[in-house]
Design a protein around this ligand. Structure first.
Ligand code: XMP
Length: 594
């Protein structure tokens, strides 16, 4: 089969590129640079992004003789810089960093990849270095305010500093399709054949064993369960739902009701709240939390499996999907952003021993949903908001300090200079959360901003302000917005405890009820902060995002008066302080705060 090879330099979006190419009905395969070899099936090559600097001595290279090569190559981000360097161009490391939405102007007369689009384009950038010089036979096909060479082409080589594969580059699919057309006219790959491939794989791996599935209740484990049932029959599938105590209000109960309605019988619920809270007592570090949650999950599942195995041999099945693995640094070269609970050491060991299979691990959320529909699952279940395995545990920002230690007065002054351009002001918050910038994990401060009295308020201003503040400030990786002036915030000790989790559950339930019907909201984490207002009440963040596949996300622009109304409702029903609204795209933020 003709294919396009995606060379993995460790970018967060490598699989997404492969996905997009498959969406264009051409088979794509991810290949590590060291193992790449030209063969007659490869009709095109894409160099992915990556966390390194092309100028670094140990930067990843590819084993390819560029002077003899005849195959069209597209370089994206790191790949754009590497390709430029391979053909004799120059790369500059420097000040012109760009993260998030960026406007480019295309010089697309006679361009192969930028044809059929207007010259002004919104694209998604995430880079530090940039290409500053190209050989003579190359033309510059797009520029941004910060960099002259945002895209280039020659007859067979193409480079984009931005990411055409993420949905936030509005016309990215047209650009990728233009590349695919340049490579081949054979377009015959499709999703149905992939479903068949999954079925064959499960059948082969299961042999005559029964399958045990760890059921979170989310879309991924539900689709995996249905797939397993269709392959080996419901009498051969057994599922375990561990109630960690980090589920949302009534969630475990609702999950059981759903499955009952669907007619699945072999489900066992294990109540493990007390055990989880005990193990996580006083734990603050997000990575440590994930490790403990993952390990306990395996221990509980193992005990259960040991019991089951006394009777017969089982194979464990997990509904891990691709974004869960990539941000755990699982393509060989990707940087670790967060360790997914399905990727802790204990699980990796079981995978290596062939005791776990993860049938949908190459798929993205929207593909999982498509697969679910293909399998005949009800629309309502397949289109539920995603919910992370560690649940609310990663939505309580814990703190073992009641005192601010970092000194960021200078940064805060600088931030307020930027904010004054937008008629806004703000504070850097004395807490930290996880983000992703230029393919690397960040663990920095969020900042809260609000409009000055009488300022004209709009989402356009907030979005512009958010990307400017985060791009300019080293210590800030997230921006949250407050409808009102924020005063007298106090950092307090906060850990995972039943009482504060119950409060979070209530706040989350009310907010969800008011937002569940908004179709554009793909997911809405609600986060509890270790910050109290003047009345000693805990403060919260709501994070409604628009996304397709969790690999990138934009902010849902809620009507201000609706926002005011729902905040008023929550504060009237639960005794809490400020509710901030996260206005950070991904990147530089992640969807969850930890
Ligand atoms: P981030 O925060 O990395 O999240 O932008 C991307 C998507 O993955 C979900 N997520 C997880 N899901 N276990 C899960 O099952 C995890 O440890 C985990 N961490 C993040 C997150 O809710 C979002 O949909």
């Amino acid at each position: 089969m003709k294919k396009i090879a995606i060379i993995d330099f460790g970018g967060q979006y490598t699989h997404l590129i492969a996905r997009r190419i498959r969406d264009l009905s051409v088979y794509s395969e991810i290949i590590h640079p060291e193992s790449f070899e030209v063969n007659k099936d490869i009709v095109g090559i894409i160099f992915s992004g990556g966390p390194q600097s092309v100028n670094a001595e140990d930067a990843f290279r590819i084993n390819l003789d560029i002077n003899k090569n005849k195959i069209p190559i597209l370089g994206i981000c790191y790949g754009h810089q590497l390709l430029a360097k391979m053909v004799g161009g120059e790369i500059e490391s420097g000040e012109n960093k760009e993260y998030g939405f960026t406007s480019i102007t295309c010089n697309n007369a006679n361009s192969i990849l930028l044809k059929n689009i207007e010259s002004k384009q919104k694209v998604w950038m995430s880079h530090g270095d940039h290409v500053c010089r190209l050989p003579k036979n190359f033309k510059i096909t797009a520029s941004s305010d910060s960099i002259k060479i945002a895209a280039y082409e020659s007859e067979k080589y193409f480079g984009f500093q931005f990411h055409p594969e993420v949905t936030h580059t509005k016309n990215g699919m047209i650009m990728l399709e233009n590349f695919v057309v340049r490579c081949t006219n054979e377009r015959n790959w499709n999703v149905k054949s992939f479903k068949q491939q999954l079925i064959n794989e499960i059948r082969e791996k299961a042999k005559n064993r029964k399958l045990v599935l760890l059921l979170s209740g989310g879309v991924d484990s539900l689709v995996t369960l249905e797939l397993c049932i269709q392959v080996v029959g419901s009498e051969n599938v057994y599922s375990i739902h561990i109630d960690t105590g980090f589920m949302r209000l009534n969630e475990s109960k609702e999950i059981m009701e759903h499955f009952d309605e669907l007619g699945f019988k072999n489900i066992k619920v294990i109540e493990a709240e007390e055990q989880y809270l005990k193990e996580l007592n006083c734990v603050v570090d997000p990575e440590q939390k994930r490790m403990i949650i993952g390990k306990l999950f395996v221990d509980i599942a193992n005990n259960e499996l040991a019991e089951l195995s006394k009777e017969e041999e089982f194979l464990l099945v997990q509904g891990t999907i691709y974004p869960d693995t990539i941000e755990s640094g699982s393509t060989d070269k990707a940087a670790l952003i967060k360790t997914h609970h399905n990727r802790v050491d204990e699980i990796e060991k079981l995978i290596d021993e062939g005791k776990i299979i993860e049938p949908i691990k190459e798929l993205y959320k929207d593909e999982v949903r498509k697969l679910g529909e293909e399998l005949g699952l009800p629309y309502k279940l397949v289109h539920r908001h995603p919910f992370p395995g560690p649940g609310l545990a990663i939505r309580v920002i814990c703190s073992d300090k009641a005192k601010i230690e970092d000194d960021y007065k200078q940064e805060e002054k600088f931030m307020n200079e930027i904010l004054s351009e937008f008629d806004m002001e703000g504070k850097i918050l004395p807490i930290k959360s996880v983000g992703v910038q230029g393919d690397f994990r960040t663990y920095h401060h969020p900042a809260v901003v609000w409009f000055k009295e009488d300022a004209s308020k709009s989402w356009e201003i907030i979005n512009e302000c958010s990307s400017k503040v985060i791009n300019k400030l080293k210590t800030v990786n997230k921006l949250v917005f407050s409808l009102n002036l924020v005063e007298n915030l106090r950092l307090e000790k906060l850990f995972l405890g039943k009482q504060n989790l119950d409060e979070l559950r209530k706040v989350d339930a009310i907010l969800r009820k008011r937002t569940d019907d908004i179709k554009d909201i793909w997911q809405m984490p609600v986060v509890q902060l270790p910050l109290r207002n003047a009345d000693n009440k805990l403060c919260y963040v709501m994070r409604p995002v628009c996304s397709l596949d969790a690999m990138s996300a934009s902010v849902y622009e809620m009507d201000f008066s609706y926002l005011k109304d729902i905040i008023f409702e929550v504060q009237g029903k639960v005794n809490i302080g400020y509710i901030f609204y996260d206005v950070t795209t991904k990147p530089p933020g992640t969807i969850e705060w930890e």
